[in-house]
Write a protein that binds this ligand. Structure first.
Ligand code: CKX
Length: 605
């Protein structure tokens, strides 16, 4: 039985989508009594809240902002008469971190994991030509058996509180677009492509999964709408003569139209814009279309004022404009798969994306950035709960790869961020995670994970799994900051020399390096937190990067200041942004613009 198609909802000759974004009812359920008291039959005394958005930052009451536990959303959805005989879904871009969906009071489905889609098949319980009540019971508690990892504490006053093992605010709710979707009974369930380039031509291997038996055809149209290839069958090869490949910062997207046919009648049509490109790691180079590329860019967050982690189309546009202005060509979706609309935009802009699953916080310390620099050993993957965590992690990898596999922008999978790797207990865990990604991705994209500071050449037991070695390093910030920066540079070089000696013949990336910087603070001579120190720090890091030929990219932490849990390490959030949270440049943004605009695409080829 095929359930939970991950294809992005689109209109076509046979499909309809209606946006359900807008004001929904919301009600908090601190005693988890809603289900028993049948809140699914209609929320009483509910508040109204925008969807998509995180709920937290709308409120002025701290108890609501910090709310941890169950909460309910509800809206009424009109399903037209003409849709009878078809399948009807409600599709949530995400529900963070887990949810149960009800329609007209009946439980339909549930989903674990807050950063990938949830598809509820409401066909059987829909009243056509009427309004239908859609209720969602969401829960935002953090645990060590789900990703991202953390704890939920109960305070003495009985209120629950999130204790993330990670450094971003535990925003939650219906944070991405919600759509009502109609597809025919027999529909295109999944579609996968893989590309090869031969001289000026391309060969695209494809496979289609449908829910029926009728024949399938796939047509490819260029940007002018001209048909350039056609093939019949559920699996096949499409040859595109004189192909225009998708290129770094120079995108070209073909439209793939997948049809299920009954003679000349179109039973279903699904279309997707796809860039044709290849990705490979050869020795210590990353090749796009067989040509080396040096990654320049950012670790990012989905994070902005008021809406928190809510998808914000205006912010997305601004972020791409700012990134292009700096000369960047890439970003990592730290620390979770982003809203699908962002990958569509990256495809359109020719950006390279390292797609990261929400496997963050696998280092048992609430302040892992402090502990990570002490060299202290802890064994995260040795708990009784590890098998359950692994199961959830593998499921999230599967959903992410199924959702994002056709995006040209996605050039690598990041399977964990800063896990604890100094204990051998991590090895069998990594084996399974890396094997799963390889098995699922037909394009066999490179796999990586971001190594925390104590995962060093002599201490890390897992770097061998990575096709690209990604380092998160903070020499000159968490270690030897300020006037000690000269020692920091020396220590940094010592580590890089050790990696060099290993002769791994693989590309290295810096997926994080950065210094917290107040946009208000100027100081001559510099002190830590001033804009001047951020520049000194960055220049030091770049001197190190420029000295090693196997370093094939730099993604600074972070694109913009972002919200975190409050505490002594953070002044209303993490301030390592090159831009402020309002997306205005700090001095460092101008410096990056100068550096990145002058580095050639194949720097250090
Ligand atoms: N890396 C030592 C993970 C990010 C944090 C970043 C930071 C850490 C550093 C780990 O999520 O924000 O502390 O700025």
């Amino acid at each position: 039985m095929l359930e939970n198609s991950m294809l992005y909802p689109r209109n076509s000759k046979t499909r309809r989508t209606v946006s359900l974004d807008g004001m929904w009812k919301i009600k908090f359920d601190p005693d988890s009594e809603g289900r028993e008291k049948r809140w699914q039959d209609g929320l009483k005394d509910a508040d109204l809240i925008p969807v998509p958005a995180s709920f937290a930052d709308f409120y002025t009451d701290k108890d609501i902002r910090e709310y941890t536990g169950d909460f309910w959303y509800e809206t009424d959805v009109f399903v037209p008469e003409e849709w009878k005989g078809n399948k009807v879904f409600v599709r949530f871009g995400c529900a963070t971190h887990r949810a149960v969906v009800f329609v007209n009071g009946k439980e339909i489905t549930s989903h674990e994991g807050g950063f990938l889609p949830l598809l509820a098949d409401i066909t059987e319980n829909t009243r056509f030509n009427e309004f239908n009540r859609v209720s969602v019971l969401v829960n935002n508690e953090l645990t060590v058996t789900n990703i991202p990892c953390g704890e939920t504490r109960v305070l003495k006053n009985g209120k629950k509180m999130s204790k993330p093992y990670f450094d971003f605010y535990n925003y939650s709710g219906l944070q991405r677009p919600v759509k009502l979707v109609m597809v025919p009974e027999e529909y295109v369930f999944d579609f996968t492509v893989d590309h090869k380039l031969f001289g000026s031509d391309a060969e695209v291997s494809y496979s289609v999964v449908t829910t029926g038996k009728h024949p399938v055809e796939v047509r490819v149209l260029d940007e002018e709408g001209r048909e350039v290839a056609l093939s019949s069958g559920r699996e096949g090869k499409l040859v595109i003569k004189n192909v225009r490949p998708w290129e770094v910062l120079d995108s070209y997207l073909y439209t793939f139209a997948v049809r299920i046919l009954d003679g000349s009648r179109i039973i279903d049509e699904y279309t997707e814009e796809i860039g044709i490109r290849t990705v490979e790691v050869v020795h210590d180079s990353i090749l796009i279309n067989q040509k080396p590329v040096y990654l320049k860019g950012f670790g990012k967050h989905e994070d902005s004022d008021i809406v928190g982690r809510g998808f914000n189309i205006g912010m997305m546009k601004r972020d791409f404009e700012c990134m292009k202005w700096t000369g960047a060509n890439s970003f990592r979706t730290s620390h979770y798969p982003y809203s699908e609309e962002i990958y569509q935009m990256a495809d359109r802009e020719g950006f390279l994306v390292i797609d990261e699953v929400a496997a963050v916080g696998m280092f048992e310390s609430l302040m892992n950035f402090m502990e990570a620099s002490t060299g202290k050993k802890t064994a995260f993957f040795e708990k009784e709960t590890t098998p359950q965590l692994l199961e959830n992690h593998l499921k999230a990898i599967e959903e992410m790869i199924t959702r994002d596999k056709n995006h040209a922008c996605v050039i690598a999978w990041s399977l964990l961020n800063e896990p604890e790797t100094t204990d051998k207990a991590a090895v069998p865990y990594f084996e399974k995670v890396f094997a799963k990604a390889h098995e699922l991705d037909v394009q066999k994209r490179p796999r990586t994970f971001a190594l925390v500071m104590n995962s060093l050449p002599g201490t890390c037991s897992c770097y061998q799994f990575a096709d690209i070695i990604s380092l998160n390093r903070y020499y000159g910030w968490y270690m030897m900051g300020g006037y000690e920066i000269s020692d920091a540079e020396e220590a940094f070089r010592r580590e890089m020399d050790e990696w060099k000696e290993l002769g791994l013949d693989r590309p290295f990336l810096f997926t994080e390096y950065g210094a917290d910087t107040s946009a208000m603070e100027h100081k001559l001579p510099s002190v830590m937190w001033s804009q001047e120190y951020q520049m000194e720090y960055l220049k030091m890091c770049h001197r190190v990067f420029d000295s090693y030929s196997f370093i094939k990219g730099e993604q600074v932490w972070n694109f913009a200041d972002f919200q975190t849990t409050e505490g002594i390490m953070r002044v209303n959030g993490n301030k390592k942004g090159i831009f402020t949270r309002q997306r205005q440049p700090k001095d460092a943004a101008w410096y990056f613009r100068e550096r990145w605009k002058s580095l050639p695409r194949d720097y250090k080829k």
